[in-house]
Design a protein around this ligand. Structure first.
Ligand code: GLY
Length: 324
């Protein structure tokens, strides 16, 4: 097992060798020590999200507040073309958003097929806190958001509209998964706060050019995100249909409950995706996990998935290990 001190040395060495991007390795704190606070998130846009989450965690704040604030940075950034404002539209030209959030009590909230609201994660949190339900979708989710004071906005930026118009010229007649299509799909973010509590958030504009009405894994509790404060949390990225089929993040957490380290739990879930999806060479799925001790790990099908980690050693990118 890699001790935390060894890891810090390896981190410094890795940074020197790779220009700041570490090659994947499962991280475990020294026996008995808890690596907290810590925040981890998917893809390079995770660095900015982690920084916002860290501000809350470092001042003793709650993991739930940190995960919401973190992913809102990504949702609000028009340069991120796979999440929130500026996300690529469906094939009809509509930006439709999916998001969910889960806290240390196992409470959770979700919105799916939500249009016109820049920060769906904040709506998901209010579904959790202000309704007896877990999930609201479509027009109902929009009505709820507006009643809560959210502003209706146009989320389709000129850049995303231009890409959509170019795609329309090709008139593809099938909806197809693409590997790392945008190289920074969903943001999933997990945090362990100074009090030892876990929370997670996941938000996306989903697959570009999807069928109108399509919902992926990201707002499905257990598929795109799962947190059990006794064990750990997991989030997913990639082709959502494959993640839903195995209820991926719940599976990762259950593997951790059985005693597997986060990276191994993610690897076992990827193997399950592969077993159930004969077309696995054509798709990307990646899982990211954080356990109660602050150890983390990731695994994916295809090379190319990376994730951001912010703990006492700083904010940095790590390449996930892959099956292929
Ligand atoms: N993982 C995001 C989606 O498939 O919608």
């Amino acid at each position: 097992m890699t001790t935390r001190r060894t890891f810090l040395k390896l981190s410094a060495l890795g940074s020197m060798l790779t220009g700041g991007v570490l090659k994947a390795c499962a991280q475990s704190p020294a026996a008995g020590a808890v690596n907290k606070p810590i925040v981890i998130s998917t893809w390079e846009h995770g660095l900015a999200a982690n920084a916002a989450a860290w501000d809350i965690l470092a001042s003793g704040g709650r993991a739930l507040d940190a995960v919401e604030a973190g992913v809102m940075v990504t949702e609000s950034d028009p340069e991120t073309r796979t999440v929130g404002y500026g996300g690529r539209p469906d094939r009809n030209g509509h930006v439709t958003l999916d998001a969910c959030i889960m806290d240390e009590r196992g409470d959770c909230g979700s919105v799916a097929f939500l249009q016109h609201i820049k920060n769906p994660i904040a709506v998901a949190r209010l579904v959790m806190e202000k309704t007896p339900h877990v999930m609201l979708v479509g027009q109902g989710a929009l009505d709820f958001a507006l009643a809560q004071g959210f502003q209706k906005e146009n989320l389709l930026t000129p850049e995303s509209e231009q890409e959509w118009r170019e795609w329309m010229q090709t008139q593809p007649d099938e909806v197809k998964a693409e590997i790392n299509v945008e190289n920074h799909d969903t943001i999933g973010l997990l945090a362990l706060d100074q009090h030892g509590n876990l929370s997670g958030a996941c938000t996306t504009s989903g697959a570009a050019w999807k069928l109108h009405g399509r919902v992926g894994d990201s707002p499905i509790i257990g598929a795109g995100l799962y947190v059990d404060n006794d064990v750990g949390g997991a989030c997913a990225t990639g082709w959502g249909e494959a993640v839903v089929r195995i209820v991926g993040c719940h599976l990762v957490v259950e593997f951790m409950r059985q005693g597997h380290a986060p990276e191994e739990a993610c690897r076992l879930a990827v193997e399950r995706v592969i077993e159930k999806n004969p077309d696995y060479r054509e798709i990307q799925v990646g899982f990211l996990a954080l356990n109660k001790e602050g150890a983390y790990g990731s695994y994916c099908i295809q090379p190319g998935f990376n994730f951001a980690v912010y703990d006492a050693a700083g904010n940095r990118m790590i390449d996930a290990k892959s099956r292929l």
